[in-house]
Design a protein around this ligand. Structure first.
Ligand SMILES: [Mg+2]
Length: 317
């Protein structure tokens, strides 16, 4: 229920009272079936969940909590919109973001648009930007990479083998693991985790907030893959970057960790690495993983001394 005087769903527009005063932070995303996701590889609940979570992830990258969301859905006739709504509501509940309005229309293809609003309080530490990295800054990621891309690979292999339906993948994809990737130890198949990472990514809100409080200079969420998003951050900041290592998740290949995309972990650059680690520890968060340093050579990104491949946008659903 909205607080007195506020109006959520049901009138011409929503009316909200932000919990604190400060700068309004806004972000929006568009998810199009056949472009950003494959309807056959998950449920409608998954699609709804992910649609909101990927926009909230942009808030995590700023270190700001989301407050309200508007969600618009265009769907083919017969689409079970309630199932989309259930996934959206789940993501909203987990992130403390209230869906206060939206729109619904018919369309030949399923499209979800999510717009999220939040407030960065006046007098607090400012939101983290892509442009705040400086030469010498230490680079960290908030978790191992490549899980979503590995999960997508397993889902596709399972679909291709026609061994599964969309709702039973976790039990049947195990058998495809050994043929899908030579990097996977068949005795410890991490398949359910990987599939879940693809279908149900989780925005790193607590990590983003902790990073901002610790004085992180720059941050970005890893939606397009480490190589592409590192390039975005480095270009915005006018720095280069030398990576020592890339932490691939168990079951993910090196290529998936480098450029698979949709990890939604955060990449941060900080001049105070000890403060970052201490703040994460105090907040009971998994330790951030060091991956390298920023340099004073703009445009040059290396891994183990070798130039990084151009990499880029590899959203293959
Ligand atoms: Mg982003």
């Amino acid at each position: 229920m909205p607080p007195g005087g506020d109006i959520w769903i049901g009138d011409d527009a929503a009316v909200v009272t932000p919990a604190s005063t400060g700068r309004t932070v806004l972000a929006t995303d568009l998810l199009v079936a056949g472009v950003h996701f494959d309807e056959s590889l998950g449920t409608l609940e998954d699609v709804g969940y992910k649609a909101l979570m990927v926009t909230v992830s942009d808030f995590a990258a700023m270190g700001v909590r989301p407050s309200y969301a508007l969600v618009s859905i265009a769907a083919p006739p017969g689409t079970d919109v309630d199932r989309l709504g259930a996934g959206l509501a789940e993501a909203a509940g987990e992130t403390g973001c209230v869906i206060v309005g939206g729109d619904l229309a018919q369309s030949p293809v399923l499209v979800l648009s999510t717009a999220v609003f939040g407030v960065a309080e006046t007098g607090g530490v400012p939101p983290m930007l892509r442009s705040g990295a400086r030469p010498g800054d230490h680079l960290f990621v908030t978790g191992p990479l490549g899980r979503s891309a590995a999960g997508l690979r397993l889902l596709r292999a399972a679909a291709a083998n026609n061994k599964t339906t969309t709702n039973t993948t976790t039990t049947t994809t195990t058998t495809t693991t050994t043929t899908a990737s030579t990097s996977v130890d068949p005795s410890r198949p991490p398949v359910p985790d990987l599939v879940r990472a693809h279908r149900r990514p989780v925005a790193r809100l607590a990590e983003g907030e902790a990073a901002r409080r610790s004085g992180v200079g720059a941050a970005i969420d890893l939606s397009d893959g480490l190589v592409a998003d590192l390039r975005h951050l480095a270009e915005a900041s006018g720095v280069g970057a030398d990576l020592d290592t890339v932490p691939a998740a168990e079951g993910a290949t090196r290529d998936e960790a480098l450029s698979g995309g949709e990890d939604y972990e955060l990449l941060v650059a900080t001049g105070s690495p000890d403060a970052l680690v201490a703040t994460f520890r105090a907040a009971d968060l998994a330790a951030p993983l060091p991956i390298g340093r920023c340099t004073d050579r703009p445009g040059r990104l290396t891994l183990g001394g070798d130039p990084l491949p151009p990499g880029g946008w590899l959203h293959r659903f």
